[in-house]
Write a protein that binds this ligand. Structure first.
Ligand SMILES: [Zn+2]
Length: 227
């Protein structure tokens, strides 16, 4: 059996399966079915290296810790956190390192409802270094006002802001764009709801592959009903 925290494990994992692991992890979280993470055992398993299956850009908000809301343990996720989940060159470099040099299979941008950074940007606050960061959120506010898609109805700037960050990553990082187009990585956008703990995976650009279908079929025991 291939060990979970190993290079071989990441190499056999498909982007779609990595996306499903996030989806299922949040399902466990909201149903209070958290896995029993043995942290001392995980320290032992990861002492020689790290092979996180996903890299997630999310907000610094204390309610949106990705290991908790996706029910993951030590060594499972690369977590990049910054107020308002905005993108800059250092963040692009961190993402490129995760997908190209470590082999993470899925890249997620995660926004959340009731975001203080978005609220401050809406209020036009200018102060110290906040001015520059909040300016990066302004295009999302403009876009949300123009856009009238149904899913953008509530907290629409949070959704537009995730879309904006994904777009920036894909247009500014050739490494990410090429790996995504070659189906080496998947891309997902989501918004975490601070009222109920649920992540709305509203954008999934992750392609399903042949092996993924088998996996889903096996799990639903479809092969038992074939004849
Ligand atoms: Zn926030």
């Amino acid at each position: 059996m291939i060990k979970k925290h190993s290079k071989e494990y990441l190499e056999t994992l498909t982007p779609y399966r990595a996306y499903e692991m996030l989806l299922q992890g949040n399902g466990r979280f909201i149903n209070n079915l958290k896995s029993d993470h043995d942290h001392l055992e995980l320290i032992d398993q990861t002492r020689e290296g790290q092979y996180p299956f996903a890299v997630i850009l999310s907000c610094m908000d204390s309610r949106t810790s990705v290991e908790l809301i996706f029910d993951q343990g030590l060594g499972d996720l690369f977590s990049i956190r910054v107020a308002g989940n905005i993108v800059n060159n250092d963040i692009l470099a961190s993402i490129e390192y995760a997908v190209k040099y470590v082999g993470s299979k899925v890249l997620m941008v995660l926004g959340h409802t009731e975001c203080g950074a978005i609220r401050s940007a809406k209020q036009g606050i200018t102060d110290g270094h906040l001015t520059d960061l909040l300016n990066r959120i302004q295009p999302s506010i403009t876009k949300a006002m123009l856009d009238d898609k149904e899913y953008l109805f509530e907290d629409k700037v949070a959704y537009a802001n995730v879309e904006n960050s994904l777009e920036e990553i894909l247009t500014r990082s050739k490494i990410v764009k090429d790996m995504f187009e070659n189906k080496q990585i998947g891309i997902v956008g989501g918004v975490y709801n601070v009222e109920n703990g649920q992540v709305d995976f509203f954008k999934n650009l992750t392609k399903k592959m042949k092996g993924d279908k088998q996996l889903v079929d096996t799990q639903s025991k479809k092969e038992l009903t074939l004849d």
